[in-house]
Design a protein around this ligand. Sequence first.
Ligand code: GAL
Length: 731
Amino acid sequence: MRDLISFNSDWLFEGTETVTLPHTAVELPFHYFDERSYQRGFTYEKRFTPEPEWNGREVTVHFEGAMADARVRLNGEEITAHKDGYTPFEARLTGRMKDGENVLTVEIDGSENPAIPPFGGQIDYLTYAGIYRDVWIKLTAPVSIASVKIETPDVLADVKSVLAKVVLADPQGLGVSGSLIAALVKDGKSIAETTIEVQGECAEVRLSDLRDIALWDIEDPQLYTLRLTLETAHGSDTLDTRFGFRHAEFTTEGFHLNGRLVKIRGLNRHQSFPYVGYALGKAAQRKDAEILKYDLGLNLGRTSHYPQSRHFLDRCDEIGLLVFEEIPGWQHIGDKAWQAESIENVRRMIRRDWNHPSIILWGVRINESQDNHDFYLETNRVAHELDATRQTGGVRYITDSELLEDVYTMNDFIMGEFEMGGNRPRTALRPQREVTGLDHDVPYLITEYNGHMFPTKSHDQEQRQAEHVTRHLDVLNAAYGANGTAGAIGWCAFDYNTHKDFGSGDRICYHGVMDMFREPKFAAFAYQSQRDASEGVVMEPVTFYARGERNIHGILPLIVLTNVDEIEVRYGDFPPVRVQPDRDAYPHLPHAPVIVRPEHFGDGGLGVWGMTWEHGEIVGFKDGKEVARRTFVSDPLPTKLVVVPDATEVETGEAVRVMVRLLDQAGNKLRHATDPVSFEVSGPAHLFGPDLVPLRAGSTGLWLRMAGKGKVDLTVTHPILGQTTVTLQAI
Ligand code: GAL
């Protein structure tokens, strides 16, 4: 048996403060801060006394991630060092601990050391210092299982098999000799088992003749566990690894999952959050995956631009969200030593994550770098050598780039270029051969679009937000229409804090279809409405519903992002009007939006400037039946403050997001509201960020971290509506 013991609590930070991991070295304001504030060294120290049951076992301390250049000392002696800020590292404690109290010290360096990828140039995101992921103590038998790579060679055949490539660890040099039992486990039951004798540190074990195996798919992500048990004269060790049976391949026809074409509809994700940067743990990481899949209706997330939390990937496996994962970097390629470190990053990423069925592509270029033949030949070689079961991509924005990867992965920002002069009319995507410069098709995936070409805030004027929506729809439509293109991944899911050299001057890139709290902008519904209505009816009119918000006035033309068949618009005493999705404008989308135009109402549209502004209603129909209804009042007033936690039972140590929204009489958000709201927490929980904040576009969010078991009351006070309290349970 092996034990994993959480080592997250009671770290002494900078010699003064006791903190719990994940931890950010410097909590930041929401925006307008100096990112140099965390770009320096920090020290964490943990005092611990080995437990009697650690005796006779291998003891390892495991760090999931620390930013960056970590040096770990035990009682003053350096036991490991790790430069990369995004991948795990371990140090053996066996035989090095003394009786009684031991001191584990971790020094990190938050400065952007140009010797370490992604640093050396400018980067459009922040790399917040801290031990920002979990730390574990791992206890195993002296001879144990170090790692396993699970492959499913004949995955689409009726009769399947599992090949496990196992590495065994014998740090004491006792000699590896014993038996290895491999069991395939589904829903807690072993459904196939085999035993082999092992000698030496490498072993391959195969489970064959497997029948009635369910595939992992985006709609039905079936997972299996491979339970490996090593029995030697020195004890036994068991390692459970989750995996799935699935076949993923990019070809010139597009992306095939389990033999069928699936158009990729994705967004890029940065792993950052307001105030705490990278330092939110399991619950928040898992929630982000759920937001991408369910709230945005996506089938893929790209981990721009680095390996992201294991918790995020685990959840992607569980819910069927595809992942394109890539090595750390942004445009800049450093010297040979830097490149060697980057090649190591390829190894570290693939070794950590090769068993996640959700991952379908390795990104082995520095995002948006120039061609570099030798360097990228090597990153590709290493990726293929370590994992022959997955293809490689490498994200570029340059055309005619040397294709050393399996998939030409391209950031196509052409939508938006019509505003920069030149002769090209407004274009959503370029044809792939124009991009690649090749005379034949290759596997091709769009990895970014929009983003900095059209930054849009949730408090921007309605017309700008409608244009934001339109640009996302136009590219999606073009990607669906481009036969052979695997799909498109937009920039990006969430607004993010960034360096002064990017963004809107307040250290935010407003490139998300959601804000930093993951509150949707209208463009979020361009994605969500593409899902099947059986997964949830979507009907989101792109309007604040006001006579005078737009230039000229009025709310027409009105885009309604929806997956219903038809809508009915009711306005004041005007006769109701029925409008269908605009298939002419969006022939390729799974669900074209409805566009309500002035003509639908006859001359004058919905009345003119100076006339009374009336209530309105939009009703959605599917198969002739009403499935959705939105009511809009002409005289919106603050009526209700809703406080919505993502969960009411939260594990101790985990953070839960709580959204606060100011609604009018009809339940619509008051989109101009900037009222201050204050937070008061009673019970064992810590509030990240300030306790007095403005609403932004009618909403705000917060994260509460549970500091112990018990009842937690969060009271939110609004100047007009007074107090609302929600009760959470820390378990
Ligand atoms: C790309 C880059 C992203 C982000 C985006 C903004 O060039 O890869 O990281 O900066 O632009 O649109």
